[in-house]
Design a protein around this ligand. Structure first.
Ligand code: ZN
Length: 266
């Protein structure tokens, strides 16, 4: 898949084998991404990488990629080299990574560190950070909407990253997740394919007052027609990834290309 190469990723690998870079390959391949921040304001991507190298045999903590406003540095093979190696960025003992993704993060997730502080242009660092997240999703066929998790959600007793670091860029974690999806769509050009349409025509009876929305399966789209209870409405097919309403994201599409929520018809 063509992906917009807005930035470059510099592989400057740590010496292996060492405590920080064992050289072991990720065993099931790359299944998800853990978002971190360095927890060390003002430290840069290059500075963190060099610190890792100089202390490579002192401890086994590590991550794959550091991002600041100037550079994206890959210090353990993950993205530019398609033989991704393990890094030690989440404790093995925490259970949430296994529950959510089926694997320990160290075995199956790329760890990406966000650098922040008043010497780092926060907007530029943030742009590079969401881009590299989207890029990893593209390379490994991951869904950008479901494949990224913050370290603090895996290890809530000990960690606050990347929420604390992102706040330095005036971004919330929720905004960060949305921005990765937007960046992915922008870089892959798949915006038009965001909704997956299944062409199975049919009709249904309106249960409650039904809003028919112009051109998009979301309550943000304009209402262009209202169908009354008891009326029959025909559709050409449906999409299952529209805006969820009461937890139901299935919307029908009519002949005119407009949408109505499936929960209002029977
Ligand atoms: Zn972390």
């Amino acid at each position: 898949m063509a992906f917009k190469e807005k930035y470059s990723v510099a592989p400057i690998y740590l010496t292996a084998p060492s405590k920080r870079r064992s050289g072991l390959l990720m065993s099931p391949g790359v299944k998800f991404i853990v978002a971190h921040d360095t927890g060390n304001p003002k430290s840069t991507a290059r500075g963190n990488r060099n610190y890792y190298e100089n202390s490579r045999d002192e401890m086994s903590a590590s991550a794959h990629i550091f991002v600041d406003d100037k550079e994206i540095i890959e210090c353990i093979p993950a993205l530019t080299n398609l033989k991704p190696e393990k890094a030690w960025h989440v404790l093995y003992g925490v259970p949430t990574d296994n529950q959510l993704f089926g694997y320990n993060a160290n075995d199956a997730a790329i760890g990406v560190e966000y650098c922040y502080g008043d010497n780092i242009n926060a907007d530029e660092a943030y742009r590079k950070y969401i881009w590299v997240m989207a890029k990893i999703c593209s390379v490994y066929g991951l869904d950008p909407a479901t494949s990224i998790i913050g370290h603090c959600f895996l290890d809530p007793k000990r960690k606050t990253d990347p929420v604390t670091g992102l706040l330095q860029s005036r971004r919330t974690y929720d905004q960060f997740l949305k921005d990765i999806v937007s960046e992915f769509n922008d870089c892959t050009g798949v915006v038009a394919d965001k909704y997956i349409f299944t062409a199975i025509p049919g009709s249904g009876k309106v249960l409650h007052r039904l809003n028919i929305r112009k051109g998009a399966p979301t309550t943000k789209a304009d209402v262009i027609e209202i169908a009354s209870p008891g009326a029959t409405v025909a559709y050409t097919g449906f999409i299952k990834n529209g805006e969820p309403v009461n937890g139901n994201a299935k919307w029908f599409k009519n002949e005119a290309g407009n949408y109505f929520w499936s929960g209002a018809i029977g």
